[in-house]
Design a protein around this ligand. Structure first.
Ligand SMILES: NC(=O)c1ccc[n+]([C@@H]2O[C@H](COP(=O)([O-])OP(=O)(O)OC[C@H]3O[C@@H](n4cnc5c(N)ncnc54)[C@H](O)[C@@H]3O)[C@@H](O)[C@H]2O)c1
Length: 217
């Protein structure tokens, strides 16, 4: 995506059904509303293509199929940002982002971690992975600071996205749970010049600690 100005406008797009259930859709729309050019990388080809078209097509948004478990696909996402939009200013990925941001001497790497990066409230594999992400992001902040690259995390609690659909059928998940825009706006702030003096910080940790939360674990 392109460089974001300061003076952010916080969005709540209640008109968009997908934004209410898909964290990544809310984030893409929030960034695009602030004139960022976005690369949408996902394994859902039809939905990704449609979203890119809705946002105005190649001049504004492009979709690329990317399974993040394949490193070469992640590298292709970064390379597409450079070839299509002339650079890369904010991304949710570390290694290949650093490759293109270092020569630019600027950039922001945002990791979507979790409250589980700080406390053990989730299944073991998830907690372990999110703790590892925290370490990766902190190390990136340290190693890349001399290149004017910032690494930060969004650490949500429970956010109402599609991953809770199944659980919501069987547990007392609160209807008051925060929505995807809480995270999208947190990421927007971290990517913008408004947070240019923030490095290696977490935002939105403990978002939406709700009454029903402890019933889940
Ligand atoms: N929803 C929450 O309560 C919550 C809380 C803390 C952290 N998180 C984190 O937020 C992130 C996004 O989750 P979400 O809640 O927005 O879920 P979501 O289901 O709305 O979005 C997940 C997206 O990832 C895509 N995806 C799945 N596997 C992929 C792969 N291998 N390669 C590329 N794309 C893939 C899916 O197609 C989907 O579009 C996750 O890292 C999750 O751990 C979510």
């Amino acid at each position: 995506m392109g460089r974001l100005p300061s003076g952010l406008q916080i969005l709540e797009r209640n008109d968009c059904e997908l934004c209410r259930s898909q964290g990544n859709v809310a984030t893409v729309k929030t960034f695009e509303a602030h004139d960022a050019k976005v690369i949408i990388a996902d394994i859902q080809d039809a939905a990704g293509d449609l979203l890119a078209r809705e946002l105005g097509g190649p001049d504004t948004a492009r979709f690329i199929h990317c399974n993040v478990s394949h490193e070469e696909r992640v590298a292709a996402v970064v390379d597409l940002s450079v070839s299509a939009y002339g650079g890369l200013h904010a991304i949710t990925g570390v290694k290949h982002a650093a490759r293109v941001m270092k020569p630019m001497q600027t950039g922001c790497i945002i990791t979507t971690a979790s409250m589980a990066a700080h406390v053990a409230v989730s299944p073991t594999a998830y907690t372990t992975f999110k703790h590892a992400l925290l370490g990766l992001s902190r190390s990136a902040a340290l190693e890349l600071r001399d290149f004017n690259i910032r690494a930060k995390r969004v650490c949500p609690g429970m956010i109402r996205t599609s991953i809770w659909n199944e659980l919501a059928q069987t547990t007392s998940v609160s209807q008051d749970m925060a929505g995807p825009f809480c995270i999208a706006n947190a990421a927007l702030f971290l990517a913008s010049d408004d947070s240019s003096f923030v490095n290696s910080g977490d935002l939105a940790s403990m978002i939406s600690m709700i009454n029903g939360f402890l019933n889940l674990f």
